[in-house]
Design a protein around this ligand. Structure first.
Ligand code: ADP
Length: 487
């Protein structure tokens, strides 16, 4: 096997197995990581490829984006519920990374199910078996399967315990992006249908409080475990957001590595972002004004407004702090700032934001839905980025915000601790933080940020520190490469 990029050690063959992939099927940060980390690994000399389901509409997006698609004559197969399920293999070169989009009617319609049960987890188990069969169709044998979250957890379990895959010599790495989602459901006939031996249903393997828990199985079955920030690696051994999985993670801590996520510096680059009206960098910050003006144009706000704009681009779920944001909306008019929210998720959060926007037309604007170009404009045109998460494995949004010059206000939890330092406590601070998960704590930090905004010199120092942080994949990709080598 050829050594690459100046290293004498052979590169490992690694297949990323991910349910989402930016920009084709991104739902959140996992989609970003599945797209940007392989690109960075390639530069470090890892022979990396990606496999992902071609959810409905994904192949259209791929073709519309101008990629050339090669469809393999041979299909991949899986045996599920005593019948053979086939998938078509489409290969696309995405920034040099061979990427396989698997197409099968059995995958269904959505990247994630709203309800996890023995029926709705079928597509993910089938997809994992297809990913394991890919080596035959494309004649490339992975040495390591790198799985991400519960949707690909079945693969780690199958490599360890499945009668058809248990004899493969490949290893698996499981990255825990969010331990709150575990793929846990009443057993039904899942084990029998998927071919995992029914004897796996015990407390040392897949059983968890009387149900099947795929993530638990993968934590035990995988060769190495990683998670997306050093702080989260510590928290999930002790912390309640793991829904009781903490003892299992603690027992497997010997193979757990906390590696901070990075962001794709080519894509998230205000100096070359085609979605901005005018590009800018640390040395031309005044050009940010064009993004601010365009952002305000999209809102009912007075175009001449020159105070702070607080932005938030987020999934609308409890994790992101909406329990403490929503009560604060009553006090909006007294805060001396304008707020712009973009997001989709729980209906009740959308409804409350919509209502607040209609009651406070001068100070709050809400854009429901997923909107990539608008998100770029918000990072570039906003001054303060609000992210008061209940828990946050890593968080990419605060890093993107800093790169674009929006100062983060965050809760001290998970990856937010590893990336944001309070400007009032630390001479080199790049944001504002608070500890206790309550509305008053959040408002305390938000007010400090809004007050500081009035002092342009002090504000710019904080903003520039954030813009000059290195949140690229350079360091972390090398840590993953070293981990693969050690396996
Ligand atoms: P999580 O993965 O928990 O959702 P992260 O902060 O790690 O949170 O990553 C969120 C990513 O998804 C960021 O790139 C953010 O810009 C993007 N994002 C979230 N919601 C939206 C939305 N409604 N429209 C556009 N982008 C969004």
């Amino acid at each position: 096997m050829a050594a690459r990029h100046g290293t004498n050690r052979p590169s490992k063959k690694v297949l990323f197995v991910s349910a989402e992939l930016a920009p084709f099927s991104k739902v959140g940060g996992l989609g970003d990581v599945a797209a940007s980390l392989p690109k960075a690994l390639l530069k470090c000399g890892v022979d990396v490829r990606v496999v992902t389901p071609a959810w409905p509409g994904v192949m259209d997006k791929v073709r519309d984006a101008g990629y050339k698609v090669f469809t393999f004559p041979q299909k991949v197969t899986a045996s599920y519920a005593w019948r053979v399920v086939e998938a078509t293999v489409n290969q696309v070169d995405v920034d040099g990374v061979p990427t396989y989009f698997l197409e099968a009617p059995e995958y269904g319609g959505d990247v994630y199910p709203w309800d996890v049960n023995a029926w709705t987890v079928r597509p993910y188990a089938i997809f994992c078996m297809h990913a394991l069969d890919l080596r035959r169709a494309v004649d490339w044998e992975p040495e390591i399967y790198h799985c991400h979250d519960w949707t690909s957890a079945f693969l780690s379990c199958a490599l360890a315990w499945h009668k058809s895959y248990g004899q493969l010599s490949a290893k698996s790495v499981m990255t825990l992006h969010n331990v709150a989602h575990q793929g846990m459901f009443p057993r039904g006939v899942f084990l029998e249908e998927s071919g995992l031996d029914a004897s796996c249903f015990n407390m040392w393997q897949l059983e968890f409080y009387g149900q099947v828990n795929l993530l638990k199985g993968a934590i035990i079955a995988s060769t190495a475990l990683t998670t997306v920030s050093p702080r989260y690696a510590w928290e999930i051994q002790t912390y309640e957001s793991t829904q009781a999985l903490a003892p299992v993670i603690y027992a497997n801590r010997g193979k757990l590595h906390g590696i901070l996520n990075g962001i794709d510096y080519d894509y998230w680059n205000p100096a070359a972002d085609p979605m901005l009206p005018e590009c800018y960098s640390v040395s031309s910050l005044d050009r940010r004004a064009a993004s601010r003006a365009k952002l305000i144009e999209n809102t009912p706000f007075d175009p001449s407004y020159d105070g702070p704009i607080v932005v938030c681009v987020s999934r609308l779920v409890e994790q992101k702090g909406f329990d403490i944001i929503l009560p604060a909306l009553k006090q909006l008019d007294s805060l001396g700032a304008k707020f712009i929210f973009l997001g989709s998720g729980h209906r009740w959060i959308e409804d409350r934001l919509r209502q607040a926007a209609s009651e406070h037309r001068d100070s709050l604007c809400f854009f429901p839905g997923y909107n990539e170009p608008l998100s770029h404009l918000m990072y570039a045109g906003g001054d303060i980025y609000l992210m008061p998460s209940l828990f946050e494995p890593c968080g990419l949004s605060q890093m993107i915000a800093m790169r674009y010059g929006a100062v983060p206000v965050v809760r001290e939890v998970g990856g937010l601790i590893d990336t944001v330092r309070d400007a009032d406590c630390d001479g080199g601070g790049n944001g504002f933080t608070f500890i206790t998960y309550d509305t008053q704590g959040m408002l305390w930090s938000l007010r400090r940020a809004i007050e500081r905004y009035a002092n342009k010199k002090a504000w710019n120092k904080i903003r520039l520190r954030g813009m000059q942080e290195d949140f690229s994949w350079n360091r972390s990709a090398k840590l993953y490469r070293d981990l693969y080598r050690s396996i």
